[in-house]
Design a protein around this ligand. Structure first.
Ligand code: PLP
Length: 394
């Protein structure tokens, strides 16, 4: 990392951060749009729909409440933790003690970074999925720990193979990240896999961080299961839940770490040093999201499923063969022979004005694939595929 004058020297912990692969993608897409081209951006993961009206009105009302103009309680308002516990009981039949088993976060991302700092020392190992969400790497780097990549392969349904982890790595590992429904592959996990995970984690002394960011998004009538539904899960780990995707609240920055009370208290401890919880009005609106009507979640799921069908219909027409995602709003598509994920992404940007995310940006096992987000209208998704079809690559 270069500084302008050399007077300011960044700390090693910053120079050791992984490079932001996708910043390059954004710059390339912006450069194409600056030429006046009609770019269809399927490369990002930013929900395109507005937050449901009942949540927005609750925020408008709450903004005027003087109680919220003062500092909030350090670990957040009890009513919000109670709303999380209620949602988990209704949706997953999971019992949570709101006072000890729920930590409020500034979005899931924050907690996913914090947990590594809470549990890892330099020299410890963290097991991370490959391909996977790059923020896991950032947290591990900030903790000065090492990563061991668990390959996610199509033939195993993109679930890691614990038997392939060598003994020494297993001994050094203190934390593992899992993420189902999965970004970037769209895969979902089974109850058997989670049972195997609890057993492996318990035998190996490894804490589990289940990233359930896409928990509300499951297709074909199948609701994704929560890791916390697994017997013994709470003894070994926590789940990260966010309002960003379920309620189109990515800009509001509200998430939770729930489950193991010791991990929850460590996350609250580190947060006591960084923050003083979220604005109270946001907490009240978040409680409305969780405890209020859930019809918007059903409709959102249906919207993404319609988009998935529109996209796969168009893919079939141009001869691009791929498996449909079981959950999340991502589609994971193999690139044509003779291309890397990056060369293919560059080509479709230059020749078809379509942005797709190269799989290699999610880890070396993402090579050979690109990720497309279902975050624009059916018409635009179909147009994007038609434009790619005209390149005659399939
Ligand atoms: N986990 C995964 C896999 C994600 O894709 C994202 C966001 O894109 C997040 C976590 C974090 O979401 P947020 O910080 O908005 O809660």
């Amino acid at each position: 990392m270069e500084t302008q004058t050399g007077f300011i020297q960044p700390a090693d912990r910053l120079t050791g951060l992984p490079t932001q692969f996708f910043a390059k993608l954004v710059a390339k897409a912006n450069a194409q749009a600056a030429k006046g081209r009609d770019v269809i951006n399927l490369g990002q993961g930013n929900p395109d729909q507005p937050t449901p009206a009942n949540i927005v009105s609750k925020m408008q009302e709450a903004a005027a409440n003087p109680l919220y103009h003062r500092y909030p309680p350090f670990s957040g308002f009890p009513f919000l933790k109670e709303a999380v516990a209620k949602r988990y009981k209704e949706d997953y039949n999971v019992d949570l003690d709101p006072t000890t088993e729920v930590a409020i976060l500034f979005g899931g991302k924050t907690g996913l970074i914090e947990i590594s700092q809470c549990l890892l020392n330099p020299g410890d190992v963290c097991l991370v999925p490959d391909p996977g969400y790059p923020d896991y790497w950032s947290g591990v780097a900030l903790a000065g720990a090492d990563m061991h990549f668990m390959p996610l392969k199509a033939e195993r349904g993109y679930l890691p193979d614990y038997a392939a982890i060598d003994e020494e790595t297993r001994r050094k590992a203190k934390l593992m990240f899992l993420n189902y429904p999965n970004n970037p592959t769209g895969a979902v996990a089974s109850a058997e896999f989670y049972a195997e995970t609890v057993d492996f984690a318990r035998r190996s002394g490894i804490a589990v961080a289940s990233d359930f960011a896409y928990g509300a998004l499951g297709f074909d009538g199948k609701k994704p299961i929560s890791f916390l539904q697994t017997p013994g899960a709470k003894e070994v780990g926590v789940e990260f839940y966010t309002l960003s995707k379920s309620y189109n609240m990515a800009g509001w920055r509200v998430g939770f770490a729930i489950g193991n009370p010791e991990i929850v208290s460590l996350i609250n401890l580190i947060q006591d040093h960084y923050y003083c919880s979220l604005f109270g009005g946001i907490q009240e609106a978040a409680a409305e999201a969780l405890a209020g009507p859930q019809q918007s979640v059903v409709e959102l799921n249906a919207l993404y499923e319609r988009r998935r069908e529109a996209l796969f219909g168009a893919l079939e027409r141009i001869g691009w063969k791929a498996d449909r995602p079981g959950g999340s709003f991502f589609c994971w598509l193999p690139v044509p022979n003779g291309h890397t994920s990056e060369s293919f992404a560059d080509l479709v940007l230059q020749e078809a004005d379509v942005v797709v995310a190269p799989g290699v940006g999610f880890g070396s096992h993402g090579e050979g694939y690109v990720r497309l987000g279902l975050l624009t209208s059916e018409e635009r998704l179909i147009e994007a595929v038609d434009r790619i079809g005209k390149l005659g690559l399939f």
